[in-house]
Design a protein around this ligand. Sequence first.
Ligand code: MSP
Length: 507
Amino acid sequence: MAGGEKFYVTTPIYYVNDAPHLGHAYTTIACDALTRFRRLDGNDVLFTTGTDEHGQKVENSAKAAGEAPQAFCDRVSQTFRTMNTLLGLDTHDFVRTTEERHIRCATEVWNRIANNGQGDLYLGKYGYYYSIRDEAPYDESELINGKAPTGADVEWVEEENYFFRLSAWQDRLLEFYDSHPDFIGPAARRNEVISFVKAGLKDISISRTSFSWGIPVPNDAKHVMYVWIEALCVYLTGAGYPDIDSEKYNKFWPCSLHMVGKDIVRFHCVYWPAFLMAAGIPVTKRVFGHGWWTVEGQKMSKSLGNFIPPKTLVDKYGLDATRYFVLRELPFGSDGDFSHRAIVNRINGDLANDLGNLAQRVLSMIQRYCEGRVPKAGAFAVADEALLRAAHELLPKLRAEYAMPAYHRALDHLWAVVGDANRYVDEQAPWALRRSDSTRCDTVLYVLAETIRHLAMLIQPVMPTSAGKILDQLAVPGGQRDFEALAAHPLAAGTQLPRPEGVFPRY
Ligand code: MSP
């Protein structure tokens, strides 16, 4: 995809009283890198994130803090806004589920399902094991030694609830997966979801009467909506629903991509499309379930107390290195253990030795040999053309990887060219050419500078600040940093460059 498209990407909304950790930051950084990539590629992108603020757990936390639930949410939702600032997010909308716009949206979705004439919503008796910590009901068959599969304590609850007739949606969901092969990524998660649906679906309870901190069910205010059904509606809220005549809604719905962790794939790939279809609203185009950051094999989480706050990493290693590390280290979709040694290896290896050294060496030679001006290239030799071709071929390769998205592979392609460029410097030895053949020396340095420009431009989505510094050192004007400029504005011979400075210090 190359420009002119509308793209809407969402992070899940974070539980408002959770403590931001690397797991949350991972989803957010991934969405931000994708947003930046698509914007630089000429697309109109809506990027939303936010906080999930209703439910019994929040009500209990507010009580424990001696605050009214709304005041509690107003205060603690700030921690996620602070995380977004820390992570350097590009323009995005932060949607809170206690906002009026969201209440309107969820109420409208509820009404549409209730009134769809298919009996998808009905009142029934519901008995279940409930884990406050997980905000999730469990069947007896799911319990392990009397606890939730996550290890959380559960209690037995019985109440009159509204139900969603999910059992009636099995065939329609399977048909939907069949006709929309890209709906779930990666492939392994798609297979898991299909097997789950094929095994048969039970109706699900979608309201609660045992507490009141939630969105009231229309025309039956002793019920509040079960937090998951209304939380999913936040994606519609972000697109301006229920204002279906608005420009925003028409531009951005159906949503292009919900990025989620693998623990919440079922909510997004089974319940959510069924709710949307039942409400007569077009279904999101794709859901991608990424893996978990673990610590000694266990999911990083607040409740297990094994979490790493993003601030610890940013303070210690810097923002760009942190962003690079999380997107490069794990194949996007797989789990992986966090280790400080791994991040230091990436910083010293990929960033300082490979890319940093390449930029520093080449820019210093241009400074010394060419009076700090972009040199003029002569005729290109085979090796020059090969390196330039590799640089030019990066954009289409990255487009394909970001479409998945497969950040690790996008970065592998970039670092393959970093490696090619470093080998080319050694083979061409411009320091020797400088004496033997100055025209050839200029050509080699031009080819390298142009290759570094491509690399820096394409690294912007992941490391915006560092890439910006390299582009500054190549005197690339601010208006020539989008991907269209890759081919349209090659470096102009004679341009004066500032003194080079190292961009990636060793740790
Ligand atoms: N509030 C729900 C989402 C509702 S969306 C309509 C929720 N919140 S959460 O705060 O628990 O998780 C938010 C996101 O962070 C999820 O995508 C989750 O998978 C991700 N992560 C939380 N811990 C994680 C790791 N340890 N590793 C990677 N991501 C994980 O779920």
